[in-house]
Design a protein around this ligand. Structure first.
Ligand code: FAD
Length: 425
């Protein structure tokens, strides 16, 4: 095969958007993926929320108590499984260490810069290319049943206002006029926060659209092609050995999601990323938008309901369970129960047996921020670890990656997300 300037491993959100931004900067780019279509792994059926409003890492102060409790509670929304513990040891210690208040605050701020930039880039591209991905611009609504939970999120919003966070606190009446489907929950809701600058849309459709644009612009994509080894010669990348061939490349961009650390390990590098499993259910609902015009996140139940055209997408839970993507029927039943409780009017319109269950692995970094930058090996670039925010962060990460690779001035300080960043405190 002809030599390429850039070989991107992975056609998920990170890989396909980075490939697109590189080709727009005049580079030659080939993408390979072990599966047969774009966004077929973690980027396939996520909650669809584009949320600069949620920059907080999962490892906030006190996270360890929840994780320990979850070992004994199969219904916990964030769950650690006993059998995953040995593989999580060193990553887990860091995950807990980075849960200090100082680190949490810094990670929120850094992520907020990138999420805001990313949404702007997603909007620009969507409008420029007229992309179709069930886009919604009504924002997101978080509802709180407990004053304490509301206060926590409200304090975080206050601390991010100076960097541009925009939201408004609303009471039960206004919540119902915004989302009629919440009527029967009204008496239980303490308050809500409407993040009116957020957006939502189908990440899988977005990737499919970008892949088409990438190919139209001269890019090449090879599916069913597994990267087996990044080949290094004299401390420099020379290409990738796949299950089919050797592909020669000046640079390799690793965007293989939760699998990335396994690929890096073969060339002697460590990346603090582990998989966190999440479930979704997607089901057709006629005239859904009338009842549910925007995503609703119930903080106390840790569940999200997102309208994607006439499809309802429900997402809940995070499990540290290794690379297992099997569907646990209990989790599915819990989601239906939550739907019945929170949006009973929508539940009545749903045929449960038509719902499509799915599970995917969020690539989670131990400090709650993605890794976007050069590795210690010349020519090997990493764009991975966006965790629960990968859809929100995709276009920002892609622009930052492409700017660094092509040696342009980036809009975001590259040090904040570099592989060698300082993580003291
Ligand atoms: C349940 C759930 C809900 C979520 N909700 C949201 C949300 O609402 N908003 C948000 O912002 N984010 C959300 N996310 C997070 C987001 O979906 C992920 O962060 C994002 O999809 C990660 O993209 P990626 O490109 O890094 O990984 P992936 O999408 O997993 O892509 C990696 C690709 O690499 C390929 N690959 C792996 N190994 C190899 C190899 N050796 N050779 C070739 N190819 C290889 C895989 O086949 C895959 O296609 C959610 C995630 C989950 C699981």
């Amino acid at each position: 095969m002809k030599k390429t300037e850039n070989l991107v491993i992975g056609a998920g959100l990170m890989g396909i958007t980075t490939a697109y931004e590189l080709i727009k900067r005049g580079q030659s780019v080939t993408v390979i993926d072990q599966l047969s279509a774009p966004a077929s792994s973690a980027s396939y059926a996520n909650a669809g929320m584009l949320t600069p409003s949620m920059p907080e890492p999962w490892n906030g102060p006190g996270v360890y108590k929840n994780l320990v409790k979850s070992l004994f509670n199969p219904q916990a929304s964030m769950r650690l499984r006993w059998n995953a513990i040995p593989d999580l040891m060193s990553w887990g210690i860091k995950f807990l260490r980075y849960s200090s208040q100082a680190h949490f605050d810094r990670a929120c701020r850094d992520n907020f810069y990138l999420t805001s930039y990313s949404l702007k880039k997603t909007q620009e591209l969507s409008e420029k290319l007229g992309l179709e991905y069930s886009r919604g611009t009504e924002g997101t609504l978080s509802i709180f049943q407990e004053q304490e939970d509301f206060q926590g999120k409200s304090n975080l919003c206050d601390s991010l206002r100076q960097y541009g966070m925009k939201c408004r606190v609303i009471g039960p009446d206004e919540i119902i006029s915004l989302v009629p489907a919440l009527e029967k929950m009204k008496s239980k809701i303490y308050k809500g926060i409407h993040f009116f600058n957020d957006e939502f849309g189908d990440a899988h459709l977005f990737c499919t659209e970008i892949e088409k644009e990438f190919i139209r612009s001269g890019g090449r994509v090879q599916y069913n092609e597994t990267a087996e080894e990044i080949v290094i010669h004299d401390d420099e990348v020379v290409g990738v050995k796949t299950n089919n061939e050797f592909i020669e490349a000046d640079r390799v961009v690793l965007a293989a999601g939760a699998v990335s650390p396994k690929i890096l390990k073969k060339v002697g590098l460590n990346l603090d990323v582990k998989p966190a499993k999440g479930y979704s259910l997607t089901v057709h609902v006629d005239n859904l938008k009338e009842q549910l015009p925007l995503p609703v996140l119930d903080d106390s139940q840790n569940i999200v309901f997102t309208p994607l055209g006439n499809r309802l997408r429900m997402v809940s839970t995070a499990e540290f369970a290794g690379f297992d993507t099997s569907i646990d029927q209990n989790r599915i039943e819990m989601m239906f129960k939550s739907l019945k409780k929170i949006l009973p009017g929508v539940h009545e319109l749903v045929n449960e047996s038509d719902a499509i269950p799915w599970a995917g692995l969020r690539p989670m970094s131990s400090d709650g921020k993605p890794f976007i930058g050069w590795s210690e090996i010349k020519g090997l670039f990493v764009n991975c670890g966006q965790g629960p925010l990968g859809w929100t962060l995709a276009m920002g990460s892609a622009n930052l990656a492409a700017d660094i690779i092509t040696e342009r001035e980036a809009s975001i300080d590259p040090e904040l997300f570099s592989l060698s960043r300082s993580r003291s405190s």
